[in-house]
Design a protein around this ligand. Structure first.
Ligand SMILES: Nc1ncnc2c1ncn2[C@@H]1O[C@H](COP(=O)(O)OP(=O)(O)OP(=O)(O)O)[C@@H](O)[C@H]1O
Length: 291
C-alpha cells in the first residue's frame, strides 16, 4: 500500500531517496500545507517567440489552482512547464525559476522523468493506452518497479478516481470500451497510480458532457485531500466551482513589434477573483466582455 500522504511534505526531486518530513501536529491544515510551487519570473519561449513572460505566483499545497485567460495567453504552455513537458518540444525554452518544494526543477542535476512522476498530467482528450483497464493503471507502477501488491494498487487507484464500482468486473476489458468520462477517470487513476504529489489538468472536461464533467469536478474536490491540482480551464463556472485560487493571464499585444505575449494579470483566492477582482481586465474577462 502507499504511504500516508497526509503526513508527507518536502520531497526533493533531485534524489530518488524520497526524503519525507513529518508535519507537526496542532497547526491548521492550510498553514501546514504551505506552498508546493513558486514561480519566479517564469518565462517560456518557442524559438524567438515569447509565449508567456515574467510570471510570479505560488501554488498552495493540496488545493486546486485554476489558470484562466483568453485563447493564446499561454495557459497550456505554462502548465506544461510545471513538469518539464515542454522539454519534449524541440524549440521550447524556459527561463526564470520553477521552484518545486524549494528546488528548481530545471536545475542540471534534476531528472525530468522523476519530475514527471512527482508531477503527473491529465490531458484535454482522454488518452487511455490501447491496453486493458487493469494494465492502464498498472503500466506506470510496473515501469517504476513497484514492489507491493499490484492488484491492491490498481483497486486503490480506481477507487480514488471514483471508477472502481463501474469497472471492477471488467478489468481485463480494453480502456477504450469505457465512455469518455470513464476514460478520463481511468487516465486520472493512471496518474494517481505512480504516487504523484501534483496533478496538472489541461482542460480535463472539455471533451465531456455536463454529467461527466460534474463527476470529474466532484473527483477533483475529493482528490485535493491527497494531491495538489493545477487546472487549465476555459469554463469560468468550473474555475469558480472547483478552484481555491485562480490565476488570470492575458495576451499583451505590442503593435509596433507585432508581438503577442502571455502575462499574468492577477493571482488571488478564487472568490476574490470572481467577486472583487483588482484589475479591470480580469473583471471584463470573467464577465464575458472579452476573450
Ligand atoms: N509548440 C509550439 N510552437 C510554437 N508556438 C507555440 C507552440 N505551442 C503553443 N504555441 C504558441 O504559444 C502561445 C500560447 O499557446 P498556448 O497553447 O499555451 O495558449 P493557451 O492559453 O493554452 O491557448 P488556448 O486557450 O487556445 O488553448 C500561442 O501563441 C501559441 O500559438
Amino acid at each position: 500500500m502507499q504511504p500516508d500522504r497526509a503526513a508527507v511534505v518536502e520531497t526533493p526531486v533531485s534524489t530518488l531517496a524520497n526524503v519525507r518530513v513529518e508535519i507537526g501536529a496542532g497547526r491548521s491544515p492550510r498553514a501546514m500545507f504551505g506552498t508546493v510551487f513558486e514561480l519566479q519570473e517564469a518565462t517560456v519561449k518557442y524559438g524567438s517567440f515569447t509565449a508567456v513572460k515574467g510570471v510570479n505566483m505560488v501554488i498552495p499545497r493540496r488545493e486546486i489552482t485554476a489558470l484562466i485567460g483568453p485563447s493564446g495567453c499561454g495557459k497550456s504552455t505554462l502548465l506544461r512547464a510545471f513538469n518539464r513537458m515542454n522539454d519534449l518540444i524541440p524549440n521550447a525554452k524556459v527561463e526564470g525559476k520553477f521552484l518545486y518544494n524549494g528546488e528548481d526543477i530545471y536545475a542540471p542535476d534534476v531528472d525530468p522523468v522523476e519530475v514527471r512522476r512527482r508531477i503527473g498530467m491529465v490531458f484535454q482528450k482522454p488518452n487511455p493506452f490501447p491496453k486493458s483497464i487493469y494494465d492502464n493503471v498498472a503500466f506506470g507502477p510496473r515501469l517504476n518497479g513497484y514492489k507491493g501488491s499490484m492488484d491492491d494498487l490498481v483497486e486503490e487507484s480506481l477507487r480514488k478516481s471514483f471508477l472502481w464500482d463501474e469497472v471492477k468486473d471488467k478489468l481485463k476489458e480494453s480502456g477504450f470500451s469505457l465512455s469518455g468520462g470513464q476514460q478520463q477517470r481511468l487516465c486520472i487513476a493512471r496518474a494517481i497510480a505512480v504516487d504523484p504529489e501534483v496533478i496538472l489538468m489541461d482542460e480535463p472536461c472539455s471533451a465531456l458532457d455536463p454529467i461527466a464533467t460534474l463527476r470529474i469536478e466532484d473527483l477533483m474536490r475529493e482528490m485535493k485531500n491527497d494531491y495538489t491540482i493545477v487546472i487549465v480551464t476555459h469554463n469560468m463556472q468550473q474555475a469558480a466551482r472547483v478552484s481555491d485560487s485562480t490565476a488570470f493571464l492575458t495576451v499583451d499585444i505590442d503593435d509596433d513589434k507585432g508581438e503577442r505575449t502571455g502575462a499574468l494579470v492577477e493571482f488571488d483566492r478564487t472568490d476574490m477573483i470572481f467577486s472583487n477582482a483588482s484589475d479591470p481586465r480580469t473583471e471584463d474577462y470573467i464577465s464575458g466582455r472579452f476573450g
